[in-house]
Design a protein around this ligand. Structure first.
Ligand code: PBG
Length: 327
């Protein structure tokens, strides 16, 4: 039973900074953050992504030169996105042994064996039509895509990836990937499933950055309807049945309720992807002086944790870690 005012005065616990810290419920820490990094062919390339200030297309040599800093800042790892040399209808470079992501995994793990390398498993950056699966006419094919996704995940595991993360939203992909990994001796490699991935307009800047916008139609035949929350539980449940070790909700900010639902229903770590549009909005408003970008960044990331995310994938990761270091 709670006492009422004037006996109860919640402000008593808010008066002093140390007292506020003592009763703080949620702690944001660099060790929970995964930084999405874009890697491209070539040398000496470090090209800022226009809509995502502070984020770059790195050639492998430049990527390696930054990882040392990220590791020292206390970030546990990155999730890699590749820009292929060429695209085709089958997304061939997605599963090529000498693909840009496969080469990046090998080099990063050779130089920084303790730094976690997660990989995004999808075809959309590698297909000329920009869809996440194979197509027939205007249809996105499910089952024929599974084999290519499994092949992609296997190529990442063979290169040394610590975690593979399918983001395509085809039905049955987690099971297909799990079987293929296990059959090839990679039963120790965990799967982070983008389980509740919504057909969101917040991916706009990423699609510019990754050159992965669909060339016809949209992704609503495979990504989820933003109006649905119960369906997220179904997606998570299926992915767990198929062998997912970690599950993800994406985007994060407009889906805090979904993060909380998933957290309360299942006993696995929950990741949330603080996506490109969520990043760019804050950067754009801060540039105009309309908000305090640093404070809004911390507030948003803390809210994502408070909603139940154990892991946050965010373009803010190095910035947060630098702030953290300064104290
Ligand atoms: C690939 C993929 C996307 C993102 C991560 N993996 C784009 C999409 O589904 O169109 C979005 C990330 C972001 O917006 O930051 N399927």
């Amino acid at each position: 039973m709670m006492t009422a005012f004037p006996v109860a005065r919640p402000r008593r616990l808010r008066e002093k900074e140390k007292m506020r810290l003592l009763v703080r419920e949620t702690e944001l820490s660099p060790q929970d953050l995964i930084y999405p990094a874009f890697v491209t062919h070539g040398r000496g390339i470090e090209e800022e992504i226009a809509a995502m200030p502070g984020n770059f297309h790195y050639s492998l040599d430049r990527l390696l030169s930054h990882i040392e800093e990220w590791q020292e800042l206390g970030l546990p790892g990155i999730i890699l996105f590749g820009l292929p040399a060429s695209k085709d209808s089958q997304g061939t470079e997605a599963y090529a042994p000498e693909g840009i992501v496969q080469r990046a995994i090998r080099e990063v793990k050779r130089h920084f064996p303790d730094f976690l390398v997660l990989t995004d498993v999808c075809l959309c950056q590698y297909t000329d039509h920009g869809h996440c699966g194979l197509i027939q006419g205007q249809r996105i094919l499910n089952d024929p895509t599974l084999e290519l996704l499994a092949k992609t995940a296997l190529s990442h595991a063979e290169a040394g990836a610590d975690v593979v993360a399918p983001s395509d939203m085809m039905d049955g992909r987690v099971g297909a990937i799990r079987r293929t990994l296990d059959d090839h001796g990679f039963d120790h490699v965990p799967i982070l499933a983008y389980s509740a991935k919504y057909a969101s307009a917040f991916y706009g800047p990423f699609r510019e950055a990754a050159h992965s916008a669909p060339q016809f139609g949209d992704r609503r035949s495979y990504q989820m309807d933003p109006a649905n929350a119960r369906e997220a539980l179904k997606e998570v449940e299926l992915d767990l049945q198929e062998g997912a070790d970690l599950v993800m909700v994406k985007p994060a900010l407009a889906y805090l309720d979904v993060i909380r639902l998933v957290k309360d229903h299942f006993h696995v770590p929950v990741a949330a992807y603080n996506v490109s549009g969520e990043y760019s909005m804050i950067k754009a408003a801060a540039e105009r002086g309309w908000i305090d970008g640093e404070k809004v960044m911390l507030e948003v990331l803390t809210a994502i944790k408070r909603a139940g995310a154990d892991i946050i994938l965010t373009y803010f990761a190095p910035e947060v870690a630098r702030l953290w270091r300064r104290g």
